[in-house]
Design a protein around this ligand. Sequence first.
Ligand code: PEP
Ligand code: MN
Length: 468
Amino acid sequence: MHPTIAPLRDEGAGGGVAPPVDDRTWTPSSWRARPAWQQPTWPDGDALAATSGELSALPPLVFAGEARALRSQLAAVGRGEAFLLQGGDCAETFAAFGADAIRDKLKVLLQMAVALTYGAQLPVVKVGRIAGQFAKPRSGDTETRDGVELPVYRGDAVNALEFSEEARTPDPHRLVQVYHQAAATLNLLRAFTRGGFADLERVQQWNQQFVAESPQGRRYEQLAEEITRALAFLKACGVDVENDPTFHTVDFWTSHEALLLEYEEALTRRDSLTGQWYDCSAHMLWIGERTRQLDGAHVEFLSGVGNPIGVKLGPKSTVDEVEELAARLNPEGELGRLTLISRMGAQHAGDRLPELVRAVRDRGLPVVWSCDPMHGNTFTSDNGFKTRHFEDVLTETRTFFAVHAEEGTVPGGIHVELTGEDVTECLGGAQEIVDGQLGTRYESACDPRLNNRQALEMAFQVAELLRT
Ligand code: PEP
Ligand code: MN
């Protein structure tokens, strides 16, 4: 797959050739002078430019002060004073948009966070893959079925999943729909997290229901019971659990992969307070494993915005790359700015991760380490479903914790693909989903997600790991 070099706009360097890294000024459009991997072939450049113009005139979705607040919470994660939980769909879709789906995703993340808070005895920083996670990197540009070759599905931000010429033709108007869906999603999330839905006692009741009602939950009875007793203890001590807002509201942050840079550029605004640029499409943005080229457009773009950012690191990542990425993306060396998200695969994590963790530690690079135990563990089942095994997900997570324990570094958090629904996309777990059941409820538009119970099970397992 070849990168595309987008046409230059006014502020870019001349000639369409990437300028030397140190010899250029960042602007929201300076990425356009660099090769951008994993981009759609938009059929109509004018329509794309018009869409960018339209998005530029729309209000920001988040504001700079929020991104800074998340950065400082992530700094606490880096110091080992908080734990990061990042999760949500692989790809949000227009079809699955609705209040119930948003509620259920938030609900499962809040439930996980309570278990993790107790296990880690630390605050949990909650970041959704939500309200903007609509664009996907793919392993090929096209897909062929029965001799018909069409552009690959790149997420609802670009085209539609259905296999027809019309559906698969990239359409920039979709970016505006992404914006509006993200705005409505964020609005509901803000209401839920401030309006009482996130009440700690309620979330704990849901966890107790999970424990009581499902055979797979029963394993975690003791931990759930301890949490209930801890709450009762607080009340007995006179803590005003009913009225103290700490127990009723939560901070919940949004994030997505910053893949489509026209969209990200259009939502990048200058903060009136600091004069700094922020990508106001989400609180946190990350760079995917396939677009983290040092001289590429994605690294260039995110190097200049003030948001906290993440970079995925696959098993082929080298020490040099990690050092260069840290130098480019976090030149000031501020903790909380950069999260390294390792996604090595259960088989490779033990071999690959220690070297990187050690190098980062020995050079004193201030980063948050997080573990994405999903993307290195994807395979196709015998009956043709893209899936992951719950055991592999847990194995990679355990390895991540073991490596950090060994190296004396901080295992900052986890990054997972999950849904609040009872889907059958990942194998195993205490529900013991097998190949033959994958078709029962396989709804992901892209990668397989942990279902509600698998996600809770994962949280309880990690909570147990954190306590030991
Ligand atoms: C993703 O997070 O959905 C993804 C594509 O991840 P990665 O870049 O790590 O493959
Ligand atoms: Mn994915």
